[in-house]
Design a protein around this ligand. Structure first.
Ligand SMILES: [Zn+2]
Length: 286
């Protein structure tokens, strides 16, 4: 299934000799649907975007891997959350099945449907209707997960193994909403997340770490972040399904206030492209 669903996602098949690797950029979407109905200032809402991450990884198809990218923003519905990670109190009526709001995400206002944005500004002055949240799930969340699952399953079936690289960016200094629990903590250049070595073979995490360290970057592993739903849901190393999150510090490539690329963007993209090549070469050899 290569192609585009307007406003929802793009799936780019490999342009070169195919390797069993799928990169996905779930949070770089900027197409805010008309029925968003959010009251927070857009400047604050937009800090939740992993801006330009799809562009940083744009060379993926040319190196032989598949690239999936969301068009919608995470502030509207967050595909990197479990489908039931929702606060019943934000809804105007009962949800048809038992919800499982996570203390780490929904409690911070950033569950499946975000309720607050940095630095803790409420996004709605109303309860959301069950119907509108259902529509966000059916129209955006499910097609994104289906496209990712299908791409991974297809490569796993044809190659016997598959590597999923889940691509994000992070604010450079923690906010009050961050996992550090306080504002002002400087982050490393990159964070890799494999849930303590459980979502991919440790040698894969080490390959990525070593490549980035070789380009001069400081790399954190599983702290203060690790992988979330998109990696956890599809990874099973014992069955040849490897998943790793890569989080990039935003001040390496963008102005975090204005959400514009800086002069450093091209150099970072070149380093990311070298990382993509190393990952594809690893999968080709494996
Ligand atoms: Zn993200």
């Amino acid at each position: 299934m290569a192609g585009t669903i307007a406003g929802v996602l793009s799936l780019h098949d490999p342009d070169a000799d195919e390797v069993p690797v799928v990169f996905d950029s779930p949070h770089s979407g900027t197409e805010y649907p008309d029925d968003f109905g959010c009251i927070a200032p857009m400047a604050n809402v937009r800090w939740s975007e992993d801006a330009f991450v799809d562009e940083l990884f744009a060379e993926v198809p040319g190196k032989g891997a598949t690239l999936l990218a969301a068009h919608f923003p995470r502030a509207y519905i967050d595909v990197d959350r479990a489908a039931l990670d929702l606060d019943p109190d934000m809804l105007d009526g009962p949800w048809p099945e038992p919800l499982a709001p996570s203390p780490r995400t929904t409690k911070m206002g950033s569950g499946l449907v975000w309720t607050s944005c940095i630095p803790g500004i409420p996004m709605y002055d109303r309860k959301l209707s069950v119907a509108e949240v259902r529509r966000r799930i059916e129209t955006y969340y499910k097609p994104y997960h289906a496209a990712l699952a299908q791409a991974l399953d297809d490569k796993r079936r044809r190659f016997g193994r598959v590597w999923h690289v889940n691509c994000h960016s992070m604010v450079s200094v923690s906010s009050v909403k961050g996992p550090e629990g306080r504002a002002g903590m400087e982050r490393p250049h990159f964070i890799l997340g494999d849930i303590d070595g459980t979502t991919c073979a440790p040698e894969f995490t080490d390959l990525v770490r070593a490549n980035l360290a070789g380009s001069g970057y400081e790399v954190g592993i599983n702290t203060p972040y690790s992988a979330a739903e998109l990696v956890i849901a599809y990874a099973e190393p014992a069955k040849g399904r490897h998943g790793l999150m890569i989080d990039i510090k935003r001040n390496l490539y963008m102005d975090e206030e204005t959400i514009e690329r800086t002069h450093a963007f091209a150099a970072l993209k070149a380093d990311v492209t070298r990382l993509i090549e190393a990952i594809c070469e690893y999968a080709r050899r494996a």
